[in-house]
Design a protein around this ligand. Structure first.
Ligand code: NOJ
Length: 573
């Protein structure tokens, strides 16, 4: 196999995803077609021309399967059907066919660390003595405690969206594990029957025409041996450190790859991996190991917090962010592959979080953040609305929040005596709700998202910030994303060039080179709202450098305007 630096897209169709840009759709908030206020699959199909115009190669659909919607579809009760909220299987077939006609692939979300508590597997597992009892994790009450009474949970671990990972089931007098919530019981991947049922379901979707899978919290499927053998979990959040990256992770992923034929069919696979280290990511994405193509890692979106708690806010100086991304670039330089993202349905909006969403700087900061991300090495992900600079929403009261995670945090923090003001400050900065306001398509009522009442209020800034306005303006964030996507498609150095961070301590400039043979690109970005001077002598010689892409095309010289960025091709020596 050729080394990454020698990758030739035409010669290696199996690595097609290395030159692709993926667009994530959160169906509930994308486009409603039937006036019920909830986005749906025909709505997505109706926007395919827009996505083709943007130039993306792949759509990742957040879950559209049957679901009680406790966690907006990340709680699946039937893996083989579409929830009526979103349409029908026939609608999905049509979406896939229409996307394929436009040369766009479709990747499904795969949520198999857990099911819904309404899934027939779990319903059966609830029966004591049933053949599926061990498809999930059941434990007796803590010794010396009456089952079902406060404090009788098997241990003190906390779920991501609930006070305890353990839920009492009076039928058997035992508790089951749900790392996220009691509506999302964890599957027991130690059971071969579980794994093979999942692989069969995946093959069913591949046969239906899907082009890959985004795998939800996939590094949680292998649990630590001590837990498997009945030891208690430590107090605190169970989801990450202590329960992720178990010893059978690589074995399960390689088995899945083989059994579903993921590699042999050139499917895209991206594993969401909270708590994954560089070492884990490198192993899992090393093509020679045939596990996954790439993973979503979390360090860079956890830098503006302390204590591993997203609600405990911390400032984020630029050097920490750029050094972290650079560390991952270095870590995966020899083997493995990065995925590149700031935004998704679980993160606040990038322009509000890492940029400056004021009227003065929103457009340039959205463009410059995108320049920096898309010029890193890896596969970039664009989250709906990011391509025209959607911002966080003005959610100022607890009642404005709908997400299960936000509501659980607000309840628990209030019970622990955290002042409401502080709770609201954390929610305003970090809640997932910000990513979930409806896409702002145009200036019409509800931003063109629905003709009914939207399930979640549209951000009131939609009259200024919307896709239609951005499409009409060649200088818009949308136009910039189009150019970045085109650059990745056409420039091998963007895809494959070696990454080197320059000026790592500079607190305004994010600057790096990408090089492949004697071809060198230099990216210079001012990630601040004040002008920045290029330090004399600290950067490569810019004489005869060619501007490939810039936020301020007429600018040159040694001062960068606020949120200005330039992508330059350096002259060969
Ligand atoms: C990660 C998903 O991205 C998130 O939205 C979900 O709540 C959890 N996994 C649980 O499935």
């Amino acid at each position: 196999m050729s080394s990454p630096a020698e990758f030739d897209g035409a010669a290696r169709p199996d690595l097609w995803w290395r030159s692709a840009v993926v667009y994530q759709i959160y169906p509930r908030s994308f486009q409603d077609s039937n006036g019920d206020g909830i986005g749906d699959i025909p709505g997505i199909t109706s926007r395919l021309d827009y996505l083709a115009e943007l130039g993306v190669d792949v759509l990742w659909l957040s879950p559209v399967y049957s679901s009680p919607q406790v966690d907006n579809g990340y709680d699946i009760s039937d893996y083989h059907d579409v929830d009526p909220l979103f349409g029908t299987l026939a609608d999905l077939d049509e979406l896939i066919a229409q996307a394929h006609t436009r040369g766009i692939k479709v990747v499904m979300d795969l949520v198999v660390n857990h099911t819904s508590d309404q899934h027939p597997w779990f319903v059966e597992s609830r029966q004591p003595g049933s053949a599926k009892r061990d498809w999930y994790f059941w434990r007796p009450a803590r010794p010396g405690h009456e089952p079902g009474t406060p404090g009788a949970e098997p241990d003190d671990s906390q779920a991501a969206f609930a006070p305890s990972t353990w839920t009492y089931d009076p039928r058997s007098g035992e508790y089951y594990l749900g790392i996220f919530s009691s509506a999302q019981p964890d599957l027991n991947w130690e059971m071969p029957e579980v794994r093979h049922a999942v692989y069969a379901m995946m093959r069913w979707w591949v046969d239906r025409g899907v082009d890959g899978f985004r795998m939800d919290v996939i590094n949680l499927i292998s649990k630590p041996p001590a837990f498997i053998s009945g030891e208690p979990l430590d107090p605190g959040s169970a989801g990450l450190g202590q329960i992720a990256n178990g010893p059978r992770l690589d074995e399960f992923l390689a088995e899945m790859n083989r059994e579903v034929g993921l590699d042999v069919q050139n499917l895209l696979t991206v594993g969401e991996m909270p708590g994954a280290t560089i070492e884990v990511a490198r192993r899992v994405t090393d093509p020679a190991r045939r596990e996954l193509n790439m993973v979503f890692t979390f360090e860079h979106v956890s830098l503006d917090q302390v204590d591993w708690n997203k609600w405990h806010l911390a400032d984020l100086p630029l050097p920490r962010l750029k050094q972290n991304l650079a560390h991952w670039q270095d870590g995966l330089a020899q083997a493995g592959w990065n995925s590149l993202y700031y935004d998704n349905h679980d993160q606040p909006r990038a322009v509000s979080r890492f940029g400056d969403d004021s009227a003065e700087h929103r457009v340039n900061s959205a463009k410059t953040l995108a320049t920096v991300l898309h010029l890193h090495k890896g596969t970039p992900y664009v989250y709906q609305g990011e391509e025209f600079g959607m911002t966080n929403a003005p959610l100022t009261q607890i009642e404005h929040y709908l997400d299960v995670e936000s509501l659980n945090y607000a309840t628990q923090a209030a019970a622990a005596g955290v002042p409401e003001e502080q709770i609201l400050r954390s929610l305003a900065r970090k809640a997932r709700d910000h990513a979930r306001t409806p896409v702002q398509w145009d200036q019409s009522p509800h931003a063109g998202f629905t003709t009914g009442v939207p399930w979640m209020g549209v951000n009131p800034n939609y009259r200024q910030i919307n896709a239609e306005a951005a499409r009409r303006d060649p200088d818009s964030v949308f136009g910039h994303f189009q150019r970045l996507i085109r650059l990745r498609h056409t420039d091998e150095v963007v895809r494959e060039g070696h990454f080197v961070l320059l000026l790592p301590e500079h607190d305004q400039l994010w600057t790096f080179t990408r090089s492949l043979g004697d071809r060198v690109l230099l990216v210079i970005a001012n990630c601040s709202s004040t002008p920045a001077e290029l330090p004399p002598g600290a950067l490569p010689n810019l004489d005869q450098a060619m501007l490939l892409l810039g936020t301020h095309p007429d600018s040159a010289g040694g001062t960068l305007a606020p949120w200005e960025s330039r992508v330059l091709r350096l002259a060969a020596d």
